[in-house]
Design a protein around this ligand. Structure first.
Ligand code: FES
Length: 282
């Protein structure tokens, strides 16, 4: 059996608390078939340097927490196989446009604050139905398609990291939040576009986008935020011209008839009374 293939990881290390400037640290590790960059980081942490800081959770490109820059391009570390990069050295840096907490871990709170600013939930005028839903809202497959692609966002922040406008304007709302503004405003069940527009109308909002397209290139989920931003520009202009205001959000499903009996709701497997019961101490 031949010797296992090896790869060099060059990783930017930085701890703002110790006052040492960022520097590159090197590790050589064996590569196995199917190994991802995140697997490599775990190998280093478990075998070579347990002080290395990086973030991850799901390991399947769903939680969005392992975003890093790999050889100058933003990626999800768990979604990037080492073999497919076809290089002998990987250079890993934290994603730009965020403050570094330690090594590869950045502070994503600005991303989440911007996301919250566009009210990322369905907004409707019937308070009673929103507070105590009586049924699901009706939606056709075509209405679903209008926003489905944009709903795949996992909030990894790679689009904001890749955005040249965000690099020069820290207050820029960014591709993630603007795309999600379109995702909810184009949902046929929603009636809240006008409520969201103030968040995207400012000097650092929708119209700051220069359509560089870097966000869509970086997105690991195929969301295409650059396209969503253009669609939101069209929606914003048409609403400003008074077009499309007559659209009513889709209604709730009517009560089931005798021909369409209501489907029985399966029993919960975790009962509230057992889940909340406290174990006796001692
Ligand atoms: Fe969840 Fe990579 S660990 S997206």
């Amino acid at each position: 059996m031949g010797e296992a293939k090896k790869i060099k990881f060059r990783i930017q290390r930085y701890n703002p608390e110790n006052g040492v400037a960022p520097y590159m640290d090197e590790f050589v590790i064996p590569v196995t078939r199917g190994m991802t960059v995140l697997d490599g980081l775990f190998y280093i942490k478990e075998n070579l340097d347990n002080s290395l800081a990086f973030r991850s959770s799901c390991r399947m490109a769903i939680c969005g927490s392992c975003a890093v820059v790999i050889n100058s391009f933003p990626h999800l570390a768990c979604h990037t196989q080492i073999a497919e990069l076809r290089v002998s050295t990987l250079e890993l840096k934290p994603v730009p446009n965020y403050a570094i907490i330690k090594d590869l871990v950045v502070d994503l709170s600005p991303l989440f604050q911007k996301h919250r600013a566009i009210k990322p939930y369905l907004i409707r005028s019937e308070r009673e139905e929103m507070d105590a839903p009586s049924a699901e809202f009706l939606q056709t497959p075509q209405e679903l398609e209008a926003y489905l692609q944009f709903s795949y966002c996992v909030k990894c922040g790679l689009c904001l990291a890749a955005c040249p406008t965000a690099a020069s304007d820290r207050l820029f709302l960014g591709p993630q939040a603007i795309a999600q503004c379109y995702r909810y405003s184009s949902d046929s069940r929603d009636d809240g576009a006008e409520e969201r527009f103030p968040a995207v109308d400012g000097d650092h909002g929708l119209w700051r986008c220069h359509l560089a397209g870097a966000c869509s290139e970086a997105c690991p989920k195929g969301v295409d935020p650059a396209f969503a931003i253009q669609l939101l520009k069209r929606l914003r202009v048409s609403r400003a011209l008074g077009l499309g205001r007559g659209r009513r959000p889709t209604p709730v499903a009517p009560p089931p008839t005798a021909m369409q009996p209501k489907l029985p709701v399966p029993e919960f497997t975790v009962k509230p009374e057992t889940a909340l019961r406290r174990e006796p101490e001692g």
